[in-house]
Design a protein around this ligand. Structure first.
Ligand code: SF4
Length: 512
């Protein structure tokens, strides 16, 4: 891979070539983030949140200062005419999401701080989704879901996607699966709104032009009681992705390229805005993949401007009125990057960091023991359709165990109902069976984050089955189970191609 040269430029109209893969950047010299240096006082003061009030109409129609879309969303949510990066503002939260891992802790803090008999701020704005440690006999994990159920009954929470019968997920029509995909499918992701969740990949919902970010249990307990959160406005990095998307690339390749370029700390507490003709050509599920992994670069949130693709996806999913915002033409970005996607190649992130970027073809000698297709990043319907496309094109059988974990119940149903284009009417499940993959598992986070030892497809052994190509988003030591496991993050195309050879494989071997 070519070395990179970071160059500061003064002209906002030209890009300085950064490397041979088409990623360029410039740094407008006119923009400086506000200094946050302040003298610390030893005096402890208690900070009260402002009272919850009705959301005012958008203030973004007549702004005094140009703003990015993230700044506009935060300005509106904090009832200000404008905000600047570095400013702390109380935002009104539109949706608070929690799940079985962090929900019990959040509930505990809510009750401790607001009282045993306190009521949540809005029973219709809290979404509770069991999804992480579901299909396990681990008693503590099961107890977590029981705690959520009791709380939702007590508070009459409107959106609780419960599961009671662990033996057959289909006997639980309310059960969805992985929270971030379920939030989108159930219409909780809406342009211009603020969605906070007790999960770092809450940034997934930025695909809808929403401000979406992960928060801790303490903040979530506060939101539960007040509907408000104190947030610092992040500066924005803008990624302009143009050019025709090659048929062998997916959004996973784009975000691995970006994280590889800026590193896992490159967007720390920054917003990552994705624009350009290549982004506009992406489906909503692909835009979710892009935004899902901004946190792997340290990003506070990711955003894609809402457009006709967004509105079409939302049709029939929500009756809540939403009001999208867009960056002003002269908005100030901390840095801009231009990427010509037509020049990119299929990528992987090698162990043990999402920024350990390499071309898939550079890793062709890496022998693997398993392939995992699943998670909020890589377990959506289109991810499985992509994998099926590779299996179909090859007509071959997999050489290593290939585990399939649909993100949600709807994705699982799609695998058995939707015909794969060009297959003569075959479904994904038929193609997977013919290729020798494992039967699609019950929808959940599965082994994406390891989980209890009896979690399906968990990497339990230190030596055998320890190298995995995975469509998930993190490859830290121990992430999918045993700490000796080695995880290569990849697109569904690359994962499927690798399953067919038993080595990390460039999907062009089958797709061209
Ligand atoms: S699928 Fe993985 S990354 Fe996504 S929410 Fe679940 S554990 Fe987190």
């Amino acid at each position: 891979m070519a070395s990179s040269t970071i160059a500061a430029g003064s002209a906002t109209s030209s890009f300085i070539k950064k490397n041979e893969m088409g990623l360029s950047s410039f740094t407008p010299t006119s923009f400086r983030t506000r200094s946050c240096k302040r003298a610390f006082s030893k005096k402890v003061v208690s900070v009260m949140s402002p009272p919850q009030s009705e959301r005012r109409p958008s203030t973004t129609g007549s702004v005094k200062t140009a703003m990015t879309m993230t700044e506009k969303i935060m300005a509106r949510a904090s009832e200000k005419s404008q905000v600047v990066p570095g400013e702390n503002v109380w935002v009104n939260v539109d949706v608070l999401m929690t799940h079985d891992v962090c929900g019990p802790g959040t509930i505990g803090i809510f009750k401790k701080e607001f009282g045993e008999n306190a009521k949540v701020w809005d029973r219709e704005k809290i979404v509770i989704i069991p999804d992480h440690y579901i299909f396990t006999s681990d008693e503590r994990a099961n107890r977590n879901v029981d705690i959520l159920r009791d709380f939702c009954a007590e508070q009459d929470i409107k959106y609780f996607y419960d599961i009671k019968d662990l033996g057959n997920f289909r006997a639980n029509p309310d059960y969805k699966g992985v929270c971030h995909v379920a939030l989108a499918q159930e219409g909780h992701c809406r342009p211009g709104e603020v969605l906070l969740g007790t999960d770092s990949h809450t940034c997934n919902a930025g695909a809808f032009g929403q401000f979406a970010s992960g928060i801790g249990n303490t903040d979530a307990g506060f939101v539960m009681g007040t509907g408000k959160s104190l947030l610092k406005v992040p500066p924005t990095l803008r990624f302009i992705l143009d050019g025709e998307m090659p048929s062998y690339l997916l959004a996973k390749d784009l975000i691995l390229q970006i994280i590889g370029e800026i590193t896992v700390a490159g967007a720390t507490y920054k917003s990552m805005e994705f624009v350009g003709s290549a982004v506009e050509s992406l489906t909503m599920e692909e835009r979710m993949t892009l935004c899902n992994m901004v946190v792997e670069a340290g990003g506070k949130n990711g955003v894609v401007p809402a457009d006709s693709t967004t509105y079409k996806y939302l049709e029939g999913k929500t009756s809540v009125e939403f009001n999208p915002v867009y960056s002003d033409d002269n908005a100030r970005f901390l840095q801009q990057y231009a990427i010509n996607v037509s020049k990119l190649e299929p990528l992987v992130a090698k162990p043990h960091s999402p920024d350990n970027r390499a071309m898939a073809r550079e890793c062709k000698d890496v022998k693997i023991d398993r392939v995992y297709i699943g998670s909020c990043t890589g377990g959506k319907t289109e991810d499985f359709l992509s994998a099926a496309k590779v299996f179909l094109a090859s007509g071959k059988k997999v050489k290593v165990p290939t585990f399939l974990v649909p993100a949600t119940q709807k994705v699982w149903m799609d695998l058995y109902a939707m015909a794969v284009p060009g297959s003569g009417g075959k479904t994904c499940s038929q193609i997977f069976e013919e290729a020798g993959c494992d039967t699609p598992a019950s929808p959940s986070c599965g082994a994406c984050l390891g989980g209890p030892r009896d979690t399906y497809a968990r990497m339990n052994e230190p030596k055998a089955s320890h190298v995995c190509v995975s469509t998930t988003n993190r490859n830290f030591p121990g992430r999918m189970g045993h700490k000796e496991g080695e995880i290569y993050l990849a697109s569904p195309y690359t994962a499927a191609a690798s399953a067919l050879t038993g080595y990390v494989t460039d999907p062009r071997d089958y797709l061209q």
